[in-house]
Design a protein. Sequence first.
Length: 554
Amino acid sequence: MTSPARPPRAARPQSPSRPKGQGQWALGYSEPLNPNERMKKDQDGLAVRERILNEYPHTGFDGIDPQDLRGRFRWWGLYTQRRPGISGGRTAVLEPEELDDRYFMQRIRLDGGRMTSEQLRIIADISTRYGRDVADVTDRQNIQLHWIRIEDVPAIWGALEAAGMTTEESCGDTPRVILGCPLAGVDADEVIDATGVIDQVVERFVGDTTLSNLPRKFKSAMSGCPDQCTLHEINDIAFVGVVHPELGPGYDLWVGGGLSTNPKLGVRLGTFVTPERVPEVWHGVIQLFRDYGYRRMRTRARLKFLVADMGVEWVRSTLEKEYLDAALPDGPAPLPPRNEGRDHIGVHQQRDGFFAVGFAPRAGRLTGTTLTAVANLADRFGQGRIRATTTQKLVILDVPGENLDALEAELAALDLVVRPSVFRRGTMACTGIEFCKLAIVETKGNARDLIVELERRLPDFDEPIGININGCPNACARFQVADIGLKGSLVPDDNGEMVEGFQVHLGGHLGTRSRLGRKSRGLKVTADGLVDYVVGLLETYQEHRADGDTFADW
Ligand code: SF4
């Protein structure tokens, strides 16, 4: 294998305050300091495409190079699934190959969450034909399939690419899918439509091999949504719609957000970015991350650590001096979100008079068969435009008023609810132990059971409530920013045995009063005791809340 071409860099003076010894390329580290960096230097992750298409379907699973299987495949959205039947307690003690099933998860990137009905039908058909009819809408607006065999990947990619979709850089140490508002371009109150800048960045930079060996993943959001549904606070980079008093609509730039095991909320650089400069500025920040990001330890390789160590002023001045053609003007902060829920569920009138209809599956789990039906409904009742949201939900756009009731009824027949309970609306779950090799706990099934029981036992509870269920500390379903955040862990049961359960975090919130949830040392619940715990917690809140209280304040 050949070494990738590293982008040229000018020699830079070393700041005395700059953390040393973290493997930053900009400080002259050229040799990999861990096996992941070695794998990336040996060959760029994107180069594995050729072998996935032309070699491995013939060798079969057993012929796949382990460095490709557990490394480079991710650059094309392929992860090995967890072998069924392995308990959460064994997750940390088994070798990766002992956890590997012979099937893959396939993530399909949907920048801005946008799909046509034709594209959704193709995803749905792949799910039904090759993936045992399972499909998950993720909280980053992707669709993730399961049970994929290596032999079927060429046909799957062929079908996706023929319809204008890709799995490129949907995982790996790369610029991942760019979040966008599902109502971009149709919301009457939006500050600015970010569709064009998302498309420009994707077209110019996804697949660019100067950006495909980052220290770790790089998550982006671009939106003028008045609800701020793309959650700019927890992305590596976010462009948030604002109106500059002299320069008009554009974006406020945020950097350094991210959750996982060391959560940090993003910070404003205090700059205004005109739409024309978004690609340049996005490119500048990702290059800064590539060059200055920490590469010694993967647990510290996200942009958030660099931003926290070096501070906003260093990030802004380095960005402007080393990566941009000209300094950025100062700009205003975003207004508070219009709706703290930020999810686009329900019926909302578009600015052209049609309606956007957002609906809720249970914790993002669907089938290919159901997705085919959704695509057909989007054609029958709308104009074939479908969006995924950042809360594992879907939206059909462009529905005439006279079609609303019929569409809502047909969705309900598919168990897709336009006016869901607060529990179905507010509950998310990550992949969990069903498929994820890192998981300690089952999640999607626990979420479904929890929703059913909460609806049955607390039918009058009507306050918005976020319940985010995660199978391990990696926070893919954002447990730190939920009202009730559940982090998969082994916890003691009544007999002192360690069993699957959750560490509880309470009071997380994004919006006007962004804060991370509080972890209480004693607040652990077994998976079997989850329903009773949440019901008891909410009943206690109902009993004691005063007028004007919200659960988030309690
Ligand atoms: Fe897997 Fe953990 Fe992420 Fe859930 S939070 S999908 S268990 S890595």
